[in-house]
Design a protein around this ligand. Structure first.
Ligand SMILES: Cc1ncc(COP(=O)(O)O)c(C=O)c1O
Length: 434
């Protein structure tokens, strides 16, 4: 479609979207999939309803049919996850409540007094806070591998931080701020055999992950984002031969005569009644991802991101963050409304990483922009630091943060076209300053 016609088409689409939302015939446009994906596939809802209505029992605790069926559902979810991540033994996957719990389980369960840990500047607070807590308590020392203005971490620079007492390297697979995917194979090569914890909160289900090929020792993932499961689900893979202490101890339904925690997986790290209804939903979500194909999900999301970046890259006063190359990122686009770069210095498809050029426009604060998007255009985005303050220091967007539009498999090109027009209109609200 020629550019002029496309603009006209989506301006009309924006208007009809607003009218249909006003008269209540259309849902708002959801672009907050990095926080949690929405909607969920129908199968996920059905699996949870079925568990509640027909199964309901606690798996592994009793020997009746319902308990055994519940155990089979949990077991099946474990196997589906093992397929997805090419994990050789499904029992090495434990269920948690979310990625935060998985990350904490490794950080508190692996590190010992005197250890050194390396994290990257793109980490989420669910990594930063636990390691800083251990550092403040005088237990570990922490190094932070810096990232550039596009959110990329240099594997060699990270590797040069390794010390004799480095016990763990924690790497965010893809940034929840600007989508940047790190080169895990290169990082693995640079850190030798130092244990590697990969935070796959933003990549599980959205980007192919093969723990064996990548040399990942601990994989922390969440169930409610790219795996399309419900909130309150997540998991952790621990490679065979990598010792770990449990975060909590208690009933496992096994070896009940012992007063110590069973040492076998998954019981070592799975005490108490799990979110079994959630795990039933997660199983259906992973099955949806496997059936759709991670490659197909990735292709669709890259197509959406390509259209989004193309539509916004030359808008005066709008700064886009990240590589702006869909093959190097997940479909997250962070923007600020604060710069009118002189011609020739405009952000390009190669990415701009937020240059600090004096603004010639009064900016629209991210909070105000997000409010306009919500109130006037019914587009749901997230605003602020997105729990990753160090990442904003790398991008140059600290402390105000960004407006983050994050896409998922259920977003459409039409929605992207509407969002482009809406973001342009917000950018036009800026006042020119002489
Ligand atoms: C990179 C990253 N790590 C960890 C988390 C925490 O995930 P959860 O909320 O499932 O604990 C998130 C959530 O946004 C994230 O984006």
């Amino acid at each position: 479609m020629p550019a002029d016609y496309r603009n006209h088409f989506f301006e009309n689409a924006l208007e009809s979207h607003r009218i249909s939302v006003m008269i209540n015939v259309k849902r708002s446009i959801y672009m907050d999939n990095a926080a949690t994906t929405f909607p969920k596939p129908r199968q996920v809802i059905e699996a949870m309803v079925r568990f509640m209505e027909e199964v309901g029992a606690n798996p592994g605790r009793s020997r009746h049919d319902q308990s055994e069926e519940a155990a089979a559902i949990v077991d099946r979810t474990r196997h589906l996850l093992a397929d997805l991540f090419n994990i050789p033994d499904p029992r090495r996957i434990v269920f948690t409540l979310n990625a935060t719990e998985s990350l904490n389980t490794v950080i508190f369960g692996v590190l010992n007094r005197g250890d050194h840990v390396i994290i990257t500047q793109m980490e989420h607070n669910s990594v930063i806070r636990p390691v800083r807590h251990l550092e403040r308590a005088g237990i570990v020392t922490v190094s932070v591998a810096s990232c550039d203005r596009m959110g990329r971490c240099d594997p060699q620079a990270l590797g040069s931080l390794i010390r004799e007492n480095t016990a763990l390297v924690v790497v965010n697979h893809a940034s929840n701020v600007c989508g940047t995917i790190q080169d895990i194979a290169a990082i693995r090569a640079a850190i030798g055999d130092t244990p590697l914890l990969l935070d796959a909160a933003q990549t599980a289900g959205a980007v192919p992950i093969d723990v064996q090929a990548l040399g990942v020792d601990y994989l922390a993932f969440t169930g409610h984002k790219g795996l399309y499961g419900p909130q309150g689900t997540g998991g952790l893979y621990v490679r065979e031969g990598f010792p770990i202490r449990p975060l909590k101890r208690g009933g496992t339904g096994t070896l009940s005569h012992l007063d110590e925690q069973p040492g076998d997986f998954p019981d070592l790290l799975e005490s108490g009644t799990r979110n079994n209804v959630g795990i039933a939903g997660l199983g259906a979500g992973v099955e949806f991802v496997l059936r759709t194909g991670v490659e197909n999900i990735r292709r669709h999301e890259m197509e959406l991101l390509t259209a989004f970046v193309r539509g916004l890259v030359n808008v005066p006063g709008l700064t886009l963050y990240g590589p702006l190359k869909p093959e190097l990122q997940v479909p997250i686009l962070s923007v600020t409304f604060d710069q009118a770069l002189p011609d020739g210095l405009r952000p390009t498809i190669g990415g701009c990483g937020g240059r600090a050029i004096p603004a010639t426009f009064e900016s629209v604060h991210p909070e105000e922009a997000a409010k306009l998007l919500r109130d006037e255009y019914e587009i749901s985005v997230r605003v602020g630091l997105h729990c990753a303050p160090l990442a904003h220091q790398a991008l140059g967007t600290f402390p105000d943060g960004t407006v983050r539009c994050s896409l998922g498999y259920f977003n459409t090109l039409e929605e992207v076209g509407i969002a482009i027009q809406a973001l342009k209109r917000v950018a036009q609200k800026m006042d020119f300053v002489e």
